[in-house]
Design a protein around this ligand. Structure first.
Ligand code: ATP
Ligand code: NCN
Length: 200
């Protein structure tokens, strides 16, 4: 099986994530894309991240209707900081015959040299970096040849931080994320906290 892996904090998941996964699945002829919400995103310690179960359930709601999409609890059930290298090792051990494609936005890919054991990442999966408005991706041949593909997806200037900030100020978030996620955020009262997101 050709398996796409889309990792993220997903606080909350939004249509930018879904379009990116759908586009990569089509262009790379993937059989399935598994969304992997981070348990403890160790590089996002500068802000409060929503509870793992909320992020997992929103990702579940957003992907449930697409037969090609699934959600994994791998990282949220694993103790400690979430490292992509451990996720890819686990997937490889569990599914030795699968070919793995790790899908990531341009902003995250540009930081890949700060990830744990980054030299080993490229042996475990092919990396697909998708364009994202506001981020110019230039890797300047820094990555091993043939291990990374860059592609343009329909530009969606949607981010989780903008959605959180919109909720905080009472602006609508309809159509930025699936309806079920909009309703879940309202039901759980997420993102209304008085603490401001320093990055928003
Ligand atoms: N609009 C988008 N288009 C393409 N890729 C995206 C988009 N938004 C996020 N991504 C990618 O999805 C992955 C997970 O992103 P993440 O869950 O951190 O969302 P985010 O919108 O970047 O969140 P935040 O605004 O809180 O930083 C990352 O690889 C990121 O680059
Ligand atoms: O492995 C690491 O050290 C590492 C460091 C930062 C980010 N990542 C992964 O990159 C993906 C996108 O991360 P983020 O923080 O933009 O949501 C997600 O799957 C993270 O687990 C991984």
């Amino acid at each position: 099986m050709r398996l796409g892996v889309m990792g993220g904090t997903f606080d909350p998941v939004h249509n930018g994530h879904l379009v990116a996964a759908s586009e990569v699945a089509s262009l790379f002829d993937l059989d399935r894309v598994v969304f992997v919400p981070s348990g403890q995103p160790w590089q996002k310690t500068h802000r409060v991240v929503s509870a793992t179960e909320d992020r997992y359930l929103m990702t579940f709601l957003a992907t449930a209707e697409n037969p090609q999409f699934t959600v994994s609890r791998l990282e949220i059930d694993r103790a400690g900081a979430s490292y992509t290298i451990e996720t890819l090792r686990t997937l490889r051990d569990e599914r030795p015959d699968d070919e793995l494609f790790f899908i990531t936005g341009a902003d995250a890919l540009a930081q890949i040299f700060t990830w744990r054991d980054h030299q080993e990442l490229f042996a475990l999966a092919h990396f697909v970096g998708v364009s994202r408005p506001g981020y110019h991706l230039s890797l300047d041949g820094a990555l091993p040849p043939g291990t990374v593909s860059l592609l343009e997806v329909p530009a969606l200037a949607i981010s989780s931080s903008d959605i959180r900030e919109r909720v905080r100020r009472g602006a609508p978030i309809w159509y930025l994320t699936p309806d079920g996620v909009v309703r879940y955020i309202a039901k759980r009262g997420l993102y209304h906290a008085s603490e401001r997101d320093p990055r928003a």
